[in-house]
Design a protein around this ligand. Structure first.
Ligand SMILES: [Zn+2]
Length: 371
């Protein structure tokens, strides 16, 4: 999800244009145009990448995989959307989503850690005008982020990837001998523990940042809700097919409107699956004008209401459907105790590969493990 932008702009691509935490207001001003990019933070990115070694102890020592022994095997803890919304963890928390354990949620303590872990993946998988067949070097990633007017923190406010795309990223990085940063290596270790680096795995990672001066608590809840819909898209073949059929039921004009909106957010508009995936997430599961509204796609509120109602009316009857009209909670404020409470250490040695879990994997299509 992209940060909201002023001109009209996943997942909760969170709105574009996150400004420096210290100088940002708690959130976009009331009534601000949707998808608005805030003032751009022209920070010096290279030191942030180069200095990740300094952050490693925090990332590794601070990461909490939340595994616990169950029935003879170690599995991720399970958290509901409400439990995540109500939490304000000081360290990275990894959990299985309660309504579909094939969706793994990474709850990062800050935008910088999230960005250092996943911005390079975003560049490979879905950012516009970047190569889809090779991983960017540090210098190229810094340039790509700068060129988009973003910072490591604002490149995305929330991320979502299917297991196959994450495996592709690490496969290409190894082939290219790309020197990954410690946060990315942490992600690699997590995926290895999950067993997700092997082919044919059904699963999705979705991520959210902690509430902060940039991410108001209610925005964090919106981002999570948006990302959960992506999780369903990746792991439920019936739902993905439905989203595809909805996309092709739109008029050329409506598809162009959503494609234009997503292009302004920095998404690769040549990727049709990305377009229709983001359309379902923004249209139905991002009911917050700071991230999405009718003006952002050049439509009327009545147009959006009609499309949204049509989508929901014919949605497959599974766990995601009730979430379409769910009222989100205000969210938990930033946890002041995080400044003083040291993060719990991760204990990789104790983490055994969890059992694969996907109710629809048996119906796998060639293109997507979950399809
Ligand atoms: Zn999205």
């Amino acid at each position: 999800m992209q940060p909201p932008t002023p001109e009209a702009d996943d997942t909760v691509k969170i709105p574009r244009g996150i400004t420096p935490r210290a100088s940002l207001p708690a959130g976009p001003p009331a009534g601000a145009p949707p998808a608005v990019r805030g003032p751009k933070r022209r920070q010096f990115l290279m030191p942030l990448l180069a200095g990740t070694g300094l952050l490693v102890p925090a990332a590794l020592a601070g990461a909490w995989f939340g595994f616990k022994s169950r029935g003879g095997g170690n599995t991720l803890i399970t958290l509901t959307e409400a439990q995540i919304d109500a939490s304000a963890p000081c360290a990275t928390v990894v959990s299985a989503f309660a309504l579909d354990r094939a969706v793994v949620v990474i709850d990062f303590p800050d935008l910088a850690t999230q960005g250092l872990t996943l911005d390079r993946v975003a560049a490979l998988i879905e950012k516009a005008h970047l190569p889809r067949n090779r991983v960017l070097t540090d210098a190229e990633l810094v340039q790509a982020i700068r060129s988009s007017g973003d910072t490591i923190e604002s490149y995305y406010y929330g991320h979502d990837y299917q297991a196959a795309d994450l495996a592709k990223f690490f496969h290409l990085a190894a082939l290219q001998n790309i020197r990954l940063n410690p946060h990315e290596m942490w992600l690699h270790a997590l995926l290895a523990r999950l067993g997700w680096l092997a082919p044919g795995v059904c699963g999705a990672i979705i991520t959210i940042p902690a509430a902060s001066a940039v991410i108001a608590p209610d925005m964090r809840a919106v981002i999570l809700h948006h990302e959960i819909s992506h999780g369903a898209f990746y792991t439920d073949a019936v739902y993905r097919s439905y989203a595809e059929s909805f996309w092709y039921s739109l008029t050329d004009s409506d598809r162009a409107a959503f494609t234009g909106f997503l292009g302004r957010q920095g998404y690769d508009t040549t990727d049709t699956e990305l377009m229709l995936n983001e359309t379902q997430a923004y249209l139905v599961f991002t009911r917050d004008p700071r991230f999405f509204n009718a003006a952002a796609v050049g439509m009327t509120e009545a147009d959006i209401a009609r499309l949204r109602a049509a989508f929901i009316a014919n949605m497959p009857d599974f766990w995601l459907r009730p979430l379409a009209n769910a009222v989100l909670p205000p969210g938990a404020p930033p946890n002041p105790a995080c400044r003083t409470i040291p993060a719990a250490p991760a204990n990789f040695a104790s983490i055994a590969p969890p059992q694969p879990a996907c109710r629809i994997c048996a119906a796998a299509r060639p293109r997507l493990a979950c399809a």
